[in-house]
Write a protein that binds this ligand. Structure first.
Ligand code: C2O
Ligand code: CU
Ligand code: CU
Length: 531
């Protein structure tokens, strides 16, 4: 039942170690899939090898005035339509991809070594997915096909950040500067055009962006062919193999969350990966519009999480199940040494994700799994000069179906209210008044999670008083490092502490469920220049 909203609530929490009160009102939104819809269960699994995206290469150097006088390596990445089969036994589907691939090429950066990317829109003038012209920014006066690229987790100047209104149309391009002055981390890039992000990303406009540095290199982690990105996203297909974004009604085609029944890894359905009996490093990216993953091997093999959104954790965390909200990333080390000759499956809840086939024989493994990775100083609460209390809101119609999602009761175009001063520290209290978990992402910055705490939702709604009803719960070990996206659980206040270092200018913060983001759950914010 991939369409069920109830299932969403369940899957968001099933694997959590935290105790949540169940939603008081269990909404069940079951849209019936059309007869032409593909049931992936009818396909033979594990017949396609896992594709590994190519690494983007600079095609020269260029000077960008705002980036200084020195020429910088220059990449040119075109967005193009193309056809691909997500499974051996399916017909080809149209996708839109960076460099005509889905996922796009991997951008690889060395910390401190900036580069330029020219993002070129060579897409057709009409979209192949159904737009909702009622959504702000997607009204009929705007062109159907608009793109703007955001490097998620990259510390980039405002004019290179991919502001949702800075979109450009087919035939146009934008030259962006990525200084890469940040720690090694698993970042990713994707489309961010106002009101149609969910459709552009769904069409295939996403890719990985890896920043490397010397601290990481000194750890001797598995590398080269033993370091593999796993970019996860779920989709629907027709039996013909065509990609479909299922909408409930053509008159009002916004859907509150898209949960596809086909989970793709690096653009393939049910792929397999041949591995040797040794350690591997996997960069896992949740690039889904709305799906939360709970990844586990069906043979209960344990693995280590060594990093989260913004880089290495202080120490590896041993896990049997990894939870990942939309937009979040995890850096994993899996040791197959004791599993020579075995085949097993990576699952998420009841979904089959992919298969691992371990070669027989022991492999001489020169990589390391260090006990300590990168020290992370906890930011003291006393460093904050300001605390903001910000609500996450759902606006329902008379029968309880969501019509809009808001941040702090404000629409995208309302006057800007979050204006932190450059280089200062703030605490943001994310007060979730809805029944769903929302992954909240801030552009430009990295932050730490302070805690999550249950509160009295109705008291807040009636009197705006924050009354806690539980004790503060520390972040889980795998989210105790640097983050840029945080799961704000329902009925909880999630507190983060953020230093706004970077550049003054306009950025955004938003929910990373792309259907929510496209329907008002996104706000601009300004970094004000330091006095
Ligand atoms: Cu991953 Cu504002 O986005
Ligand atoms: Cu981002
Ligand atoms: Cu949301």
């Amino acid at each position: 039942m991939p369409f069920s909203r109830r299932r969403f609530l369940e899957s968001a929490f099933a694997a959590s170690t935290l105790a949540f009160a169940r939603a008081s009102r269990a909404r069940t939104r079951v849209a019936t899939p059309p007869a032409s819809a593909l049931d992936p269960g009818t396909l033979k699994p594990f017949v396609d090898a896992l594709p590994i995206p190519a690494v983007s290469k600079a095609v020269g150097t260029r000077v960008l005035e705002s980036a200084g006088a020195t020429p910088l390596p220059y990449h040119r990445i075109e967005m193009r339509p193309f056809e691909a089969r997500v499974h051996r036994d399916l017909g080809p589907a149209e996708f839109w991809g960076y460099d005509g691939t889905f996922p796009g090429p991997i951008l690889e950066a060395k910390s401190g070594a900036g580069f330029l990317v020219e993002w070129v829109n060579r897409l057709p003038a009409t979209h192949f997915l159904t737009l909702d012209r009622n959504l702000h920014g997607a009204e009929s006066q705007f062109p159907e096909v608009r793109t703007v690229v955001h490097a998620h987790g990259a510390k980039a100047p405002p004019e290179s950040d991919g502001y949702p209104e800075a979109w450009f149309v087919p035939g146009e391009s934008a030259l962006y500067h990525y200084p890469n002055a940040q720690d090694a981390a698993t970042l990713w890039y994707h489309d961010h055009a106002l009101g149609i992000t969910r459709l552009n990303v769904y069409a295939g406009l996403l890719g990985a962006f890896l920043v490397r540095d010397d601290v990481e290199a000194a750890l001797n982690l598995p590398s080269g062919e033993h370091e593999i990105p796993l970019i996860l996203c779920d989709r629907f297909f027709e039996k013909s193999g065509r990609l479909s974004y299922t909408v409930e009604t053509q008159a009002n085609p916004w859907t509150p969350e898209l949960f596809g029944n086909a989970i793709l890894v690096n653009g393939k359905l049910f792929p397999y990966l041949d591995v040797r009996a040794r350690r591997y490093r996997f960069r896992v990216i949740n690039a889904s519009n709305a799906r939360f993953y709970h990844l586990a091997f069906d043979n209960a093999l344990a693995f280590h999480q060594i990093g989260s959104d913004q880089g290495l954790l202080p120490a590896p965390v041993s896990l049997k199940i990894l939870s990942l909200a939309p937009g979040e990333r995890a850096d994993l080390v899996v040791d197959f040494a004791s599993r020579g000759g075995e085949s097993f499956v990576l699952k998420s809840d009841n979904y089959t994700v992919m298969q691992f086939r371990v070669a027989r024989g022991v492999e001489h493994d020169t990589s390391a799994m260090p006990a300590l990775l990168r020290p992370i100083e906890r930011m003291p609460e006393s460093a904050a000069i300001r605390t903001r209390t910000l609500t996450l809101d759902e606006v329902d119609d008379m029968v309880g179906n969501p019509v809009t999602m808001l941040l702090n009761q404000s629409h995208w175009c309302a006057p800007i209210t979050e204006e932190p001063v450059q280089d200062t520290v703030e605490i943001w209290n994310l007060v979730n008044l809805t029944e769903d978990a929302h992954p909240i992402h801030l552009h430009l910055v990295r932050f730490q999670i302070l805690d999550r705490r249950r509160f009295d939702v109705s008291a807040y709604q009636m009197r705006k008083t924050l009354r806690y009803t539980g004790r503060a719960i520390a972040p889980e070990a795998g989210e105790a490092g640097w983050k840029d996206t945080v799961r704000a659980d329902p009925g909880m206040v999630t507190r983060i502490i953020v230093k706004f270092s970077g550049w003054p200018g306009r950025y955004v913060w938003h929910c990373h469920i792309l259907e929510h983001e496209d329907n008002e759950m996104m706000r601009p914010y300004n970094v004000l220049p330091a006095a």
